[in-house]
Design a protein around this ligand. Structure first.
Ligand SMILES: [Zn+2]
Length: 314
C-alpha cells in the first residue's frame, strides 16, 4: 500500500531545511496568508512583530492614494569595475530587478500625506539587502532636491545592510553625497524626517539616516553600524540583549521616538502640520503655528523656540 502524502503546514512554519516561510511570524510563529499580512500593514496581529515592507507597499501605507509620483525611476547602476564575486554584479542587479520590480534599492518621489506635500526616499531591503550604491545615493539626492525646490519636507524610510561592496569606493562616496544633500536642506530651512525600519545599519545609519531633524524608528528595529554578532566577534564581549535595537537607541538619545507602523502615517501627518502648514490652513483653533517667510530663521528652530526648546547646533 502506498502511504498517502499529506502536506501539513506545521505551526512553526519551518520548511525542510529549517527555512522559515516569509509570512510566518519569527516571534510567535503565527502564519498568515499574503492578503492578511498586507491588510495588517505587515504587523503580526497576534504579537506585534513588524515584518519587512517593500518600498512600493510602504509608500502605499504612508501616502494619500493616487498622489505619489516617482522621480529618477529610469536610473540604473553602471558597473565601471566590471565586478565579479560568485556572480557578475550586472547579473545580481538584473536578478534583483526581476525579484523586486525596482531599478535599485531606493524609490524616490513626491506625494501628499493627509493633503500635505512631501518628498519621499523609501528603501527596499529586498533589493540586494537595501545596499547603498550610486543609484541609491543619486535618487536620495533627487528627492532632497525636490524638497528644497518646492519647500516641502523630505521623508526617508530606510532599511539597509550598508554599502554595496560591488561598487567599492563609488558606494562609500554616497555617504558624503547624501550627507551633503541633507546639509543643503538644513541651510534652506527645509525639514527632514528620517524613519528607520529594520535593519538600518552600516553606511546608511552612519550617514543621512541619522541626520533627520526628527528621527523615529519602528519597534524592535536593529539600528547600529555593525550588528551584535560582529561586535561580539570583534570585542570578545557579550552584548546586551537589546543591543542596537530601536528601544535602546531611544534610551541612549539617538532617536526622538519609537512609533508602531500602524501609527506612522498619523504621526507623519502631525509632523507635517507642524513643519509645513498648508496655504489654506483654517484659522481659529487650527491657526497655523507659523508662516514661513523667505530668508527667515529655520522653521524647525522657530517652532522649537516657541515651545521653549532650543536646538543643538553642530
Ligand atoms: Zn507574531
Amino acid at each position: 500500500m502506498t502511504p498517502i502524502e499529506v502536506n501539513i503546514e506545521r505551526p512553526g512554519g519551518e520548511e525542510s531545511g529549517g527555512r522559515r516561510h516569509p509570512n510566518t511570524c519569527p516571534t510567535c510563529r503565527s502564519h498568515y496568508r499574503e492578503d492578511e499580512l498586507r491588510h495588517a500593514q505587515r504587523v503580526c496581529p497576534h504579537c506585534g512583530h513588524h515584518f519587512a515592507v517593500g518600498a512600493m507597499e510602504r509608500i502605499e501605507q504612508l501616502v494619500d492614494p493616487g498622489t505619489f509620483v516617482e522621480i529618477g525611476s529610469d536610473l540604473r547602476a553602471a558597473d565601471p569595475l566590471a565586478f565579479v564575486d560568485i556572480k557578475p554584479y550586472i547579473d545580481r542587479l538584473s536578478a534583483a530587478e526581476l525579484q523586486t520590480g525596482l531599478g535599485d534599492s531606493l524609490v524616490a518621489g513626491h506625494g501628499r500625506i493627509v493633503g500635505r506635500g512631501a518628498a519621499l526616499a523609501v528603501m527596499d531591503f529586498a533589493f540586494m539587502g537595501g545596499s547603498m550604491g550610486s543609484v541609491m545615493g543619486e535618487r536620495f539626492c533627487l528627492a532632497a532636491d525636490h524638497a528644497e525646490r518646492f519647500g516641502v519636507p523630505l521623508i526617508s524610510v530606510t532599511a539597509s545592510g550598508g554599502a554595496r561592496m560591488q561598487e567599492n569606493i563609488l558606494a562609500l562616496m554616497q555617504m558624503a553625497k547624501t550627507v551633503g544633500a541633507v546639509d543643503g536642506l538644513r541651510e534652506a530651512g527645509v525639514p527632514y524626517i528620517s524613519i528607520l525600519a529594520h535593519p538600518t545599519t552600516g553606511g546608511v545609519i552612519a550617514s543621512f539616516a541619522s541626520l533627520g531633524d526628527v528621527v523615529v524608528a519602528e519597534p524592535g528595529a536593529l539600528l547600529s553600524f555593525a550588528g551584535p554578532r560582529v561586535v561580539e566577534q570583534t570585542t570578545g564581549e557579550k552584548t546586551a540583549a537589546d543591543f542596537g535595537r530601536a528601544e535602546s537607541n531611544l534610551r541612549l538619545g539617538q532617536l526622538d521616538a519609537v512609533v508602531p507602523r500602524r501609527e506612522l502615517r498619523g504621526e507623519l501627518a502631525k509632523l507635517l502640520m507642524l513643519f509645513s502648514p498648508a496655504e489654506d490652513e483654517p484659522t481659529g483653533d487650527n491657526e497655523p503655528l507659523m508662516t514661513i517667510v523667505e530668508g527667515d530663521a529655520n522653521p524647525i528652530d522657530k517652532v522649537l523656540g516657541r515651545l521653549g526648546l532650543g536646538r543643538r547646533r553642530g
